[in-house]
Design a protein around this ligand. Structure first.
Ligand SMILES: O=C(O)CCC(=O)C(=O)O
Ligand SMILES: [Fe+2]
Length: 269
């Protein structure tokens, strides 16, 4: 069944903070992207070891770029994104997007976080707060080439600041992921799952091959990874010129403030 866009997608994006364009990639494109992602995983592990989470941006690497160009040009995707957002929101910039990969050796998870708030050391919080609910900013994409259930989200959290129960769960900044040192693989997997489930209202995102999730990365989310589930998921954005400018200004600002010894601000204190 070819993908059909509906008002449900618009509604979900705004109310839940994410929506999925179900099986929008055609099988032939999935095949081409899988072929190139096999090379990407080799390259990423050669350079950064078996636990590396991603290869990014794809345009920087000696990989066949044609499947990535075809993904960026796919009319159904351009149309669906522009119906939820605007024609100014563009995906498929090979200087930005990457591929998320499963760990080769051991389970691990990220911390629970909101992007650009909890994982951008040194960013003045007021800069994030000023635009966090603006649809021109913070649109992220996970487009699965194999089934992918690594990402968990708290639906609706993109519309609000932290609830008291979330602030109580994570009183300090930066939020730390669980310490997995010295544990067996099964212990690591179990501790990561406990940590993931500790977040009230957490929902696991289940993507089929060819699904394209468009989400607000300002919502609470986490990645929880095991080596036995293969992953090659395009990690992209629906990016406006103003968000591109925000990203580059923010990176520079964070570097400067880190050098000056600024710490991460706590949104709840
Ligand atoms: O693996 C994922 O889907 C989420 C990754 C993530 O949130 C991050 O690296 O900031
Ligand atoms: Fe994130």
């Amino acid at each position: 069944m070819p993908f059909t866009f509906s008002d449900r997608h618009i509604d979900e994006y705004h109310t839940q903070g994410y929506t999925v364009f179900e099986r929008i990639l055609p099988p032939s494109l999935i095949a081409d992207l899988r072929r190139v992602s096999d090379k990407a995983v080799e390259l990423a592990r050669e350079q950064n070891g078996g636990q590396i989470q991603r290869l990014q941006p794809v345009g920087k690497y000696d990989l066949d770029q044609q499947p990535f160009i075809d993904y960026g040009d796919l009319p159904a995707l351009i149309d669906a994104i522009s119906r939820i957002l605007t024609p100014r929101h563009r995906h498929g910039d090979r200087d930005l997007f990457g591929i998320l990969l499963e760990p080769r050796d051991k389970p691990w998870c990220t911390n629970w976080h909101r992007d650009w708030r909890d994982n951008a050391m040194g960013l003045p919080l007021e800069k994030w707060d000023a635009v966090f609910s603006d649809p021109n900013y913070f649109n992220q994409i996970n487009c699965a080439l194999y089934e992918d259930s690594c990402t968990w989200v708290v639906p609706g959290s993109h519309l609000r600041r932290d609830l008291k129960r979330e602030a109580d769960l994570f009183p300090d900044r930066p939020i730390v992921a669980p310490d997995l040192d010295g544990m067996t693989s099964e212990e690591r997997e179990s501790v990561c799952m406990d940590y993931t489930l500790s977040m009230p209202g957490a929902v696991q995102l289940h993507l089929c091959a060819g699904d394209f999730a468009l989400y607000r990365n300002t919502l609470w989310h986490i990645g929880n990874y095991v080596p036995y589930r293969r992953r090659a998921t395009i990690h992209d954005g629906a990016v406006t010129p103003e968000f591109k400018a925000f990203m580059s200004e923010t990176r520079t600002l964070c570097e400067e403030r880190k050098k000056m010894g600024f710490e991460m601000e706590n949104p709840n204190s």
